[in-house]
Design a protein around this ligand. Structure first.
Ligand SMILES: O=C(O)CCC(=O)C(=O)O
Length: 254
């Protein structure tokens, strides 16, 4: 699909699916890393309200970190949103057999509704095919233009299912009203989810401090931008007056 058509669909429906962005080898490594992180979290924080959802995936596996420099992923988020966008949150969404998850409530991924303005977009990277039987996300087409959530009855009467394949990349307006389904299959359905915001907004975590220097050094230009390296605040006049190539808050962050 050409970019103009993609833009049109994104504006009208609030969601687009870009086919086959991640290959099978990458998918299998991502799945292993995610399963390891889920198992570790279950041991360390068994009681949290969003149990099973992994936060800050870029520090939970090499491949999950490397994803931030994926060229196609960056190409589409820059084209559909803004070239300066940064990560608000990078998490996972897994549906165990017989279960929904924290995302199964009817919700939007951005609390602000601003007419004709997008402050956040979401990316879902399905690591398994999304099928109606394993809980493919319910969504209301065009609902990013609504200021309020509909009733549960209206939502489920009008919702479509986000049926797509492992390796696809789903990009949606974070105001799109959606809900994860319930997995009626006998295996866990995994996905990674990235919420992106404008560069002048705050991130959910202070990623430039949360990542180690070694992790940051492994990132390229896109990955560094995404974690917020171009919008760090100086803590002193020495940092404020750094030469242009070392500036912590780069110019043009719109
Ligand atoms: O896992 C899903 O199907 C939906 C994920 C979700 O609700 C979200 O990322 O906000």
């Amino acid at each position: 699909m050409d970019l103009k058509t993609l833009h049109q669909q994104f504006d009208e429906q609030g969601v687009v699916v870009i086919p086959q962005v991640l290959d099978k080898v990458v998918l299998s490594v991502l799945q292993q890393e995610l399963e390891t992180a889920i198992a570790q979290d279950k041991q360390q924080r068994p009681e949290v309200f969003d149990s099973g959802m992994v936060h800050n995936c870029m520090v939970r596996g090499e491949q999950m970190l490397a994803l931030l420099d994926h060229s196609m992923l960056n190409h589409y988020i820059k084209a559909l949103f803004t070239p300066h966008c940064i990560i608000y949150a990078y998490q996972s969404s897994s549906l165990a057999p017989g279960k929904g998850n924290y995302g199964s409530r009817i919700h939007v991924d951005c609390p602000r509704w601003i007419a004709n303005y997008t402050s956040n977009i979401g990316v879902i990277l399905p690591l398994n095919d999304f099928t109606p039987n394993n809980g493919a996300t319910f969504y209301l087409p065009g609902s990013h233009r609504l200021a309020e959530l509909p009733t549960e009855q209206t939502f489920y009467q009008q919702a479509k299912r986000l049926v797509c394949q492992a390796g696809d990349m789903v990009v949606f307006n974070a105001r799109l009203i959606h809900a994860a389904g319930v997995n009626h299959d006998n295996y866990t359905r995994h996905a990674l989810t990235i919420n992106l915001c404008r560069p002048y907004m705050r991130q959910r975590f202070d990623f430039p401090r949360l990542l180690t220097k070694q992790q940051i050094d492994r990132l390229g230009e896109d990955g560094r931008r995404l974690i917020g390296m171009n919008v760090r605040m100086p803590v002193s006049l020495e940092e404020f007056y750094l030469p242009p190539d070392q500036r912590l808050y780069k110019p043009g962050q719109e």
